[in-house]
Design a protein around this ligand. Structure first.
Ligand code: RIB
Length: 275
């Protein structure tokens, strides 16, 4: 096996530590790992699979006892070769690996329906990166809900990459060409970018355009207006993944392989208007 020795360390690969979703997740993994006397080696991949591969090499050299992956760009065969306990967190990789994710599809339906219920009829979706499974699940939820609401032909998709600044620019460009009265952003960072873009164009949130994000990071309570969001149980997801990894390392049986945690609609000022 490649990871024969034990080191009381585990690796955690995240795609973008500047996104406020990840610090909370990392914190949870670390808290649980510390209870069991493990140290966490944090690797930030910038969403690049090459960087993820390099980190895996480093983790092998350090004989980590297990790896938590929040990235989904590896081929399952590749992961198999590492021969080390793996837990997949937040972004599903392959059904053969234990996973902890939130209900991305249902969360997106909730957000879209909420915008409809407050009176929006031209609802745009800022989609996360195409290679990210949960972004595609949220996109699918948006599409299905729009169809279910009879708005199937009114869909408007703005391509985002889960980052605030890019989303702001993409929304500015979209506003110049399209009419919209609601925006469902695929994550909170992009919702903040959208808010800035809408306000910079002289439009009011929520009266002209209502905005809802996704994740439930504390930043959403700091904006004016405060942002509605679909909150994921971020800390619980990280803690659960860590506990599952410990069980695997200790060779204990897992009660089940896949955990999908529920999400919650959080209504704040950015969508508080009469339907
Ligand atoms: O904000 C970062 C996004 O990437 C989150 O929505 C999370 O689910 C992650 O995959």
């Amino acid at each position: 096996a490649l990871f024969k020795k034990t080191s009381k360390t585990v690796g955690l690969i995240v795609p973008d530590i500047t996104n406020p979703f990840f610090p909370e997740l990392v914190r949870a993994v670390e808290d649980v790992m510390n209870i069991y006397d493990y140290t966490v080696i944090l690797c930030n991949s910038d969403e690049k699979v090459e960087k993820e591969r390099e980190y895996i090499e480093v983790l092998k050299q350090k004989y980590v006892d297990g790896v938590i992956l929040t990235t989904n760009q590896f081929a399952p065969e590749e992961v198999e070769e590492w021969d080390v306990p793996i837990v997949v967190l937040d972004r599903p990789l392959h059904e053969r690996y234990p996973s902890v994710v939130a209900d991305n599809y249902e969360g997106a339906r909730l957000a879209t329906r909420h915008l409809y219920e407050v009176g929006c009829r031209r609802i745009a979706h800022i989609q996360g990166p195409n290679h990210v499974v949960n972004a595609m699940e949220r996109f699918r939820g948006y599409q299905d809900e729009m169809r279910a609401l009879g708005l199937g032909d009114r869909q408007l998709v703005i391509q985002g990459n889960y980052q605030l600044k890019q989303a702001k620019e993409a929304v500015m460009a979209a506003l110049a060409e399209h009419d919209m009265d609601g925006i469902f952003a695929g994550n909170d960072a992009m919702a903040v970018g959208a808010l800035k873009a809408v306000q910079q164009c002289g439009l009011r949130v929520p009266d002209d355009i209502a905005i809802i994000g996704y994740d439930g990071i504390p930043l959403t309570e700091m904006t004016t207006p405060e942002l509605s969001t679909v909150s994921q149980p971020i800390y619980e997801m990280g803690a659960m993944a860590a506990r599952i990894l410990i069980k695997q390392i200790e060779g204990k049986p897992l009660e089940k392989l896949h955990y999908q945690l529920p999400v919650q609609l959080v209504v704040r000022q950015s969508t508080s208007r009469r339907g």
